[in-house]
Design a protein around this ligand. Structure first.
Ligand SMILES: Cc1cc2nc3c(=O)[nH]c(=O)nc-3n(C[C@H](O)[C@H](O)[C@H](O)COP(=O)(O)OP(=O)(O)OC[C@H]3O[C@@H](n4cnc5c(N)ncnc54)[C@H](O)[C@@H]3O)c2cc1C
Length: 446
């Protein structure tokens, strides 16, 4: 028996917990996490998406201090209120030892980049970012874990199988070992790892949900000097482009100056990603170019589509494929020999030199090539034959759950937050969502 059960110990669940234990009423909170506690987690064991800290534990730790990026909470929460929450979340990360430095572009430079972007047909979105860095995420999350240790019960290595409700009111949760934890309130924060489970729970509870688009593309890598002018003005530059041929929305994402390209494995699918360390530098900069694939009736499985494209690259390249841009444009495969001649030395060593045109659909590849042409007008050197493209990068998003403004569902006492609700896509908004639900519960209980 508990007052509140939190499902999932990612940033959304952790911030809900931090808020609930700060209540003077001494609420009885139980957290259930299917993965391991943080000291037992390791990148090499493949549990990068689950355990204390969720997907955040091995993330790049870029806190995007904006209401426009990293989620869609602005569709439910007024802008000013949401900005207040973003600042509060940032202060909390700082309190638990996130580095003090914020990367932001000066107004003069923002104007300069924006003007150049317009000439290239690109839209520039200025960002403010606190970069925790991959190596520091662990410490920040461990500090939060230590603080919460004696303030609530945390059950690890245990999956919640079922959210239990009766006559429109939540009653608690059933664990995989059969135990029932009764509770007046349940905050579900299952992240991407719990996406399929959440979809099945929503269906059985009669909660409305619909698919989000899937984002597909490549990781681009090039010598850091090529982008130095831009990355020295702004740590992360985000550009949006509407492609010439298809009028698709194409965007840059997750720029890592002096960073590394990495492989990610989830559900037997290998995809590509990038990150950077706060204290270690490579010679290269990498970023993603992504295209949102939106489907209309009768197709409603964007995740399945994204998986199929990634699976094709895996089949041809036994994992991730790398190709020189020049080879792609000339219609030939990159070989070991050609890769050796590239001026960009790949940071991901075990990608297979190959041909991305065999696995990435024509529409998406055309969007990417046109985006690179546009980017070249801002940062000459991006669109050269030595630029490396790694595929496939895929961003899957959970189904969007129908939620009220306080992230409650139409089942009394049941809240769904974070990436698992399909409403957030990043650390800051996921953390904000945990706060919103916890505060709504505290208000209801008071
Ligand atoms: C490699 C990588 C790099 C990233 N880099 C950044 C970045 O730099 N900046 C940024 O803003 N975002 C980044 N992200 C995204 C960010 O990590 C997520 O947006 C964020 O972690 C979402 O938080 P969450 O709490 O909603 O879900 P998660 O962090 O996914 O946590 C959900 C937790 O719930 C648990 N769970 C699921 N179902 C159940 C169940 N039935 N029973 C019990 N437990 C369950 C899971 O095991 C998991 O631990 C990155 C993600 C990845 C994978």
């Amino acid at each position: 028996m508990a007052d509140i059960v939190i499902i999932g110990a990612g940033p959304a669940g952790v911030f809900a917990a931090l808020e609930l234990v700060s209540d003077t009423q001494g609420l009885d909170v139980v957290m259930v996490e299917q993965g391991k506690d943080i000291p037992s987690r390791s990148r090499s064991t493949g549990d990068i998406m689950q355990g204390w800290g969720g997907a955040g534990a091995f993330s790049d730790g870029k806190l995007t201090l904006s209401t426009e990026l990293g989620g869609d909470l602005s569709s439910l929460v007024p802008e000013k209120e949401l900005m207040g929450l973003v600042e509060e979340v940032d202060t909390t990360y700082l309190r638990y030892s996130a580095p003090n430095k914020v990367f932001e572009v000066s107004p003069d430079n923002a104007e300069k980049i924006s003007a150049r972007a317009k000439l290239a047909g690109l839209m520039y979105i200025p960002t403010r970012i606190r970069h925790i860095g991959t190596e520091n995420c662990y410490a920040v999350l461990k500090n939060m874990r230590d603080y919460l240790d004696d303030k609530l019960e945390i059950i690890f290595n245990t999956k919640v199988m079922e959210i239990v409700s009766h006559e429109g009111r939540v009653n608690g949760v059933r664990l995989e070992d059969g135990r029932l934890i009764e509770a007046r309130y349940v905050i579900v924060a299952p992240g991407r790892a719990g996406s399929a489970w959440m979809a099945s729970q929503a269906a059985s509870l009669g909660i409305d949900a619909w698919p989000n688009p899937v984002d597909l593309g490549v990781r681009v890598e090039l010598p850091a000097v090529t982008m130095e002018e831009l990355t020295s003005m702004a740590y992360e530059t985000k550009f949006i482009y509407y492609s010439r041929t298809f009028d698709d929305r194409v965007r840059t994402f997750c720029m890592n100056p002096y960073g590394e390209v990495v492989k990610e494995t989830a559900d037997n699918i290998v995809t590509v990603n990038g990150h950077s360390w706060a204290s270690r530098r490579s010679e290269n900069t990498n970023f993603a170019i992504l295209v949102s694939a939106n489907f209309t009736e009768p197709f409603d499985d964007p995740i399945g589509y994204g998986r199929s494209v990634a699976a094709m690259a895996n089949m041809l390249g036994s994992g991730v494929i790398v190709q020189r841009l020049g080879d792609l444009i000339s219609g030939r495969r990159t070989t070991d020999e050609r890769l050796k001649r590239s001026m960009t030395e790949p940071t991901l060593k075990d990608a297979t030199p190959g041909d991305l045109s065999y696995c990435i659909p024509y529409r998406i590849l055309t969007d990417i090539v046109e985006m690179l042409e546009a980017l070249d007008k801002i940062t000459p050197g991006v669109n050269t034959s030595h630029t490396l493209l790694y595929g496939v990068e895929v961003k899957f998003y959970s189904n969007r759950i129908r939620l009220n403004n306080d992230l409650s569902t139409d089942i009394d006492g049941l809240f769904v937050v974070g990436d698992g609700a399909g409403i957030t896509r990043g650390l800051v908004q996921a953390s904000c969502s945990g706060l919103i639900a916890a505060r709504a519960i505290k208000k209801a209980i008071a």
